[in-house]
Design a protein around this ligand. Sequence first.
Ligand code: GCO
Ligand code: MN
Ligand code: MN
Length: 388
Amino acid sequence: MKNLSPRKEHKFSFGLWTVGNPGRDPFGEPTRPMISPVKLVKHLSEIGAYGVNFHDNDLVPIDATQAEREKIVREFKAALDDYGMVVPMATTNLFTDPVFKDGAFTSNDPRVRLYAVQKTMRSMDLGAELGAKIYVFWGGREGAEVDASKDAYEAIKWFRESLNFLCEYSISQGYDYRFALEAKPNEPRGDIYFPSSGAYLGFIATLDHPEMVGVNPEVGHEQMAGLNFYHVVAQALEAGKLFHIDLNDQKGPRFDQDLRFGSEGIKNLFFLVKLLEEKGYEGPRHFDAHAYRSEDEEGVWDFAAGCMRNYLIFKEKARQFNEDKEIQALLAEIHAIDKSFEPLPMKFTKERAEQVKAYNLDRIELAKKKLPYEKLDQLVVDLLLGVR
Ligand code: GCO
Ligand code: MN
Ligand code: MN
């Protein structure tokens, strides 16, 4: 295998909350100590990551005084400089504090909605101060268990109002943010509004500044909804809306597992990496995952290294796929079109419509085309399992 060492130019990033996850889950207390943000920055840099992301309160506690905030930010900035790390993305914690127990931008209470906007503005200030250009919105509490309690139709409008306001705020401050909306179908709410990236793509078109807003699809979240992640990302990328990505892994449609990237869904993630590398995605390769609860600190760094290693293995496999003579010959055969066919460009004119209608197409003959996908897929499996 080619060199699988992560380097800054690969643009790997992690959240403070990912490698900093102390192993808490809804049923159990932390299993390992917290690691300070400065120490996380140092280690991430040493293992080859280029970036580190955070929620406002991963860095600055929600009840910090102004003096405390300044000290924390000063030390964090110094660590970024010392270890040559950047902050590509920032986000707001709009889910942990009890004030958000029934939503943030979609709370029934206009005071909570206002507080959510205010907290986001302050968090955008913090992100901008540290150089972030991507701002993620994950609406963890934007949903409901009891549909009688909240009007889903109005909730969408409230969410739009807040985003429109925050786009204007970014413009007026000269922050130059691109907003990336992250979907999830459920957890922690029984149901979360905008359950998939596709739902967000539809919503973005209704905003005042659709050009500023894209999506941040996460592997596990789309799989919780039973979707094919490669297809989800292809659509976002083709629409020019893949502003960020949350890479991790998941065992089927269950609770959000945030597993090490590439530890489970090998084939789907191979096609994902191939897509990202070949179709011009230039953003960070961000890992939103965490180490198994059974790991200690050393295991956390094994986890982080594994995420990047698996990405680079898939990247190398994509290169091999493109250079594999047998695979390419089979693809050429599958995609070959009879030379007698004269293509009709699908540019509509009245005349072209007549031509399309009159074109002589023999459906019985067309259906006879051989499609050796069993063979093709097995070649991919052989390639991925390392026997080619
Ligand atoms: C989750 C989400 C979060 C977000 C993060 C950044 O399911 O917990 O994936 O990790 O990505 O809040 O917005
Ligand atoms: Mn997740
Ligand atoms: Mn995420």
